[in-house]
Design a protein around this ligand. Structure first.
Ligand code: PLP
Length: 368
């Protein structure tokens, strides 16, 4: 038997989640963001669930080729644009739309030979200070781009730093709107958090949801995935491979950081940090055993974690070798353990957990 760890991708949940994003901004087109191999899910595995998108947005040219190979003829957007001159050849060949955020990228376009002019998204740095032209430089960049025969149509874009939090988007929105007031072209501003929380002001022509498509609340813990009607799209599951009945005094795992205060039963689970389970999730991280919520105890090791089986005993539920363990996502009994709660216990965010799913974890798409 193979090691029992498994990741399952839920197509129906992807379909539900992209609809949630669409409903939040009903007049906007949707870029389904599938960068980082669809947030660790696998582009090929999410394609079916996300095919109601108006376009796919990503970073790697290789990922763009994969989306075309799946038969997608619609728009594909490179969110960081091209990295070197010859990337533009692939843009021409595959009909990729690309972000333009720097003078260097305009220069590359100006010397690019193409029969078909490109669609570009001109990016403004409206306050995040990562990519884009400053509001002062923006119009000049637009004029230069507009004069190039290589350019067919210019859309306008920016990205918010605080759509998920208290600061919000008002300042950046004002900067963007002021600087683009009389420029023609479609606009794209909103990531998941902005689309869900600020759609009246930020929906524009295209929204760019990523994390919400994958069933994680962009503003956890203020809201949970359930508050936004999002469903988990990735379940990481495994099984108990050993049981330890321990008496006090006893400790569990490396560094003896967990000390049992009373006799208890511990389940040893085939999942560790080499599978992408965060090592920071020591004692107290929620986990489901046979769909019942319990917690990890002790340190996460490379191939194993240890879990407290006392709550199952109290509930009168049997657990032993072979019992199902849900690290995040949906258990067989329908119980859900939001990835955001696991991430929080490890001091990180759902994004990082999904993206870090290890290569060695076999992954299947749930049959519908
Ligand atoms: C990653 C990314 C998004 C999606 O962000 P989420 O928070 O995952 O919704 C949107 N726009 C740009 C430019 C991005 O890089």
């Amino acid at each position: 038997m193979p090691r029992p760890i498994l990741a399952t991708i839920h197509t129906a949940a992807l379909r539900n989640n992209i609809q949630c994003a669409s409903l939040a901004a009903p007049d906007s087109k949707v870029w389904a963001v599938v960068k980082a191999n669809a947030y660790g899910h696998g582009i090929e595995r999410v394609f079916e669930g996300l095919r109601s998108a108006d376009g796919f947005a990503l970073l790697d040219l290789d990922e763009a080729s994969r989306v075309r190979k799946l038969g997608w003829r619609g728009p594909i957007l490179l969110l960081e644009g091209v990295f070197e001159q010859r990337d533009l050849e692939l843009c021409s060949r595959l009909g990729l739309w690309h972000t333009v955020h720097s003078d260097e990228q305009i220069q590359m376009l100006a010397t690019h030979k193409t029969e078909v002019p490109h669609r570009v998204f001109l990016k403004m740095n409206s306050g995040m200070n990562r990519l884009g032209f400053s509001p002062q430089q923006y119009r000049a960049a637009w004029v230069r781009l507009n004069a190039l025969p290589q350019v067919e149509e210019i859309s306008l874009a920016t990205h918010f730093s605080d759509a998920d939090g208290a600061k919000g988007i008002a300042e950046q929105l004002q900067v963007f709107n002021t600087a683009t007031q009389d420029l023609p072209g479609e606009r794209s501003l909103a990531n998941s958090a902005a689309a869900l929380r600020h759609s009246t002001s930020a929906a524009a022509d295209w929204i760019r949801p990523g994390i919400a498509l994958y069933g994680s609340a962009p503003d956890f813990p203020e809201h949970s995935q359930g508050d936004w009607q999002l469903l988990p799209t990735m379940t990481l599951s495994s099984k108990i491979i050993a049981i330890q009945a321990i008496n006090t005094p006893a400790t569990v795992g490396y560094g003896s950081i967990f000390k049992a205060e009373r006799p208890m039963t511990i389940g040893v689970v085939a999942c560790g940090y080499a599978d992408g389970y965060p090592r920071h999730c020591s004692t107290g991280t929620p986990v489901l055993v046979n769909g019942i919520r319990t917690r990890t105890v002790g340190r996460v090791s490379m191939d194993m974690i240890t879990v407290d089986l006392e709550p199952l005993k109290l509930a009168g539920i049997e657990a032993g070798i072979g019992s199902e363990v849900t690290l995040w996502g949906r258990a067989s009994n329908g119980a859900v353990l939001p990835i955001d709660e696991v991430a929080q216990a490890g001091g990180t965010v759902g994004y990082e957990l999904m993206c870090a799913l290890a290569q060695r974890v076999p992954t299947v798409v749930e049959p519908e």
